[in-house]
Design a protein around this ligand. Structure first.
Ligand code: ARG
Length: 571
């Protein structure tokens, strides 16, 4: 918790009619040192108070001053419409580090207590490649999952597998015909894809084959043992493949219930929408017209052959999740290609008769594409990069770099895994999610750039300082007067901001905020390290700087872990 923000907000609240929480949300942390450590902008009050912002600022400053400053605030200044607060530097160091030493889990909180957040992420499709877009949702959703949990929410990670649809009727037909020609157990996804492409071609030539495929799907829905057995086999071999990627990334889910589990519940959705007159017939299909909601494409609920749709299954899943998890928020982490889909689904959800709280809790967390320098990395058709290969390539490259930099290092393989995987995870998170990413090996593995390896490298540096010092001091051995220089203060201020950064991530569903923060902290520590002698000063100074080093290392490690990255102790 930011103690000074609290102190300042309390003082401003005493001087005005504003509520503390509102004041806190207005308070800014100015860049640079000349405008103080905290600033309160008065622009938004101007209309209400019918005064110019500088006048309001002046009045607040005077009242706060009269209100007697305790030793936390050194000085208050008014510039333009801002009241600037200068915190006593020693006091700043003391408060921040005292707060730090009290908590084993720095930055964690209970603000989410009693709130349920379901996060739908990863969700690859059975018998289809796990593509680079799935990597991004896996990493983004995983980071959100960790951060929500750390803030005390009851986070529930859902891997809503794409294991349902008419294509499985085709796959079954292809397998029946040529299954033994393909090495499904060796390379399941590629081989199943080949079967799928082949049967699709045949369907185009021969209407009878297509009929057979439809028949298979119907049988699958009706629980025919042979069709179900094949479908289960496809599912099993696919999950085994996906699991290799999840193992590398450290991804965890609380539920693997896919579309197939939900599909039978879509009947209920259709019944509700039919009864309340929302559903209309259109060329044999059933749709919901959303023209009135400003969405020109209607939402298809049932196909003309009577089967459920992606949308109707998502609607059924909303009802199911509301009942099962009583969610306060339901996040869907998918690429922006699905923006229309979720707009439609969330609009139709208003007509399901569920509590409004659930409808309000629905949120599409969309993200941009990942491109190779030559263009889009994965398309529906091809040009597909195998994600497992991508991760292993990154590990291999990391190992080469490490071996070059530090030939003596032990356990290179294990460290390379952390660095290589960390580099990929960080590159997926450090760009704000709505933006497209261009993938570039040199950029993501640059130890000096704004990368995962740079954060790991800085952490390793903090650990080697601790090792060299040979002694980790207690807070009582810290002399705060040695932390008043700008470099130490910069590190301290960032450490102080950590919890707020995590809250911001959950307000915007944006792990990039944490990624940037960690870069800032690593940079600030590097400057501190370059400008201040840590080891070999007198004992008091050394203890103090080692203490700050320990704190920085801990925040870097916790932050990286929340993003899904492991820290090496050496590299
Ligand atoms: N399986 C889908 C895909 O790969 C993503 C599913 C996202 N979640 C959902 N509830 N629709 O595109």
């Amino acid at each position: 918790m930011d103690v000074f923000k609290n102190i300042i907000a309390t003082k401003i609240a005493q001087a005005t009619d504003l509520k503390i929480e509102q004041i806190k949300s207005y308070i800014e942390i100015p860049k640079g040192n000349e405008n103080g450590d905290y600033a309160f902008p008065c622009f938004r009050l101007a209309k209400e108070l019918r005064k110019a912002p500088p006048v309001i600022a002046q009045e607040i400053a005077e009242k706060v001053l009269v209100n007697n400053i305790n030793n936390a605030i050194d000085k208050i200044e008014v510039t333009g419409g801002y009241v600037n607060f200068f915190i006593n530097k020693e006091e700043m160091a003391k408060q921040i580090l005292a707060n730090f030493s009290n908590q084993g889990q720095y930055g964690s909180s209970k603000i989410g207590q009693g709130k349920n957040v379901v996060i739908d992420y990863s969700a690859p499709n059975i018998a289809k490649p796990f593509h680079i877009g799935h990597l991004r949702t896996t990493v983004l959703g995983g980071a959100l999952y960790n951060i929500y949990k750390y803030l005390g929410y009851n986070a529930i990670g859902l891997n809503y597998l794409g294991d349902y649809g008419t294509q499985f009727g085709k796959l079954i037909e292809g397998y029946k015909r040529w299954g033994n020609e393909y090495k499904i157990d060796e390379d399941p996804i590629n081989e199943l894809m080949k079967i799928y492409i082949r049967i699709n071609a045949l369907c185009k030539e021969d209407e009878k084959v297509l009929e057979a495929c439809r028949g298979n799907f119907k049988k699958l829905e009706d629980g025919d043992p042979y069709c179900v057995e094949l479908w289960e086999k496809f599912k099993k071999v696919s999950i085994k493949e996906f699991q290799k990627i999840y193992d590398l990334l450290g991804s965890k889910f609380d539920s693997w219930d896919g579309e197939a589990k939900i599909a039978p519940k879509a009947k209920e959705v259709i019944k509700i929408l039919e009864e309340n007159g929302t559903l209309i017939q259109s060329q044999g299909a059933k749709i919901v017209d959303l023209e009135n909601e400003g969405i020109s494409t209607p939402c298809m609920i049932q196909k003309s052959d009577g089967s459920t749709t992606y949308a109707s299954r998502d609607l059924a899943a909303i009802m199911y999740r509301a009942k099962t998890y009583d969610f306060d928020k339901a996040l869907y982490v998918t690429s922006y290609e699905q923006i229309l889909h979720f707009k439609q689904v969330f609009s139709v959800a208003k007509h399901l008769g569920i509590d409004d709280k659930y409808v309000k809790g629905l949120e599409h967390v969309s993200y941009g594409m990942v491109m190779l320098p030559t263009g889009k990395m994965s398309t529906r058709e091809g040009n597909i990069v195998k994600i497992e290969d991508l991760l292993n390539e990154s590990i291999k490259r990391a190992e080469e770099i490490i071996a070059h930099k530090n030939p003596e290092l032990e356990n290179k393989e294990e460290i390379a895994k952390k660095v290589g995987v960390g580099a990929i995870i960080f590159s997926n998170l450090s760009t704000s999610r709505v933006k497209d990413i261009t993938f570039d090996w040199n950029a993501i593995l640059n130890f000096q750039g704004e990368t995962g390896p740079y954060i790991q490298y800085t952490y390793v540096r903090t650990q080697s300082v601790l090792k060299k010092s040979g002694y980790i001091p207690e807070i009582a051995e810290v002399s705060f007067e040695w932390l008043t220089d700008n470099y130490s203060q910069e590190v301290l201020k960032l450490i102080c901001k950590f919890e707020e950064i995590l809250e911001q991530v959950t307000q915007k569903e944006e792990p990039a905020i944490l990624a940037h923060y960690l870069i800032d902290l690593a940079k600030a520590y590097s400057s501190f390290y370059n400008e201040n002698k840590i080891i070999g000063e007198n004992e008091e100074i050394q203890n103090t700087r080692v203490y700050l080093t320990r704190a920085t290392g801990e925040v870097l490690k916790i932050g990286a872990k929340l993003l899904g990255m492991e820290m090496p102790e050496k590299m």
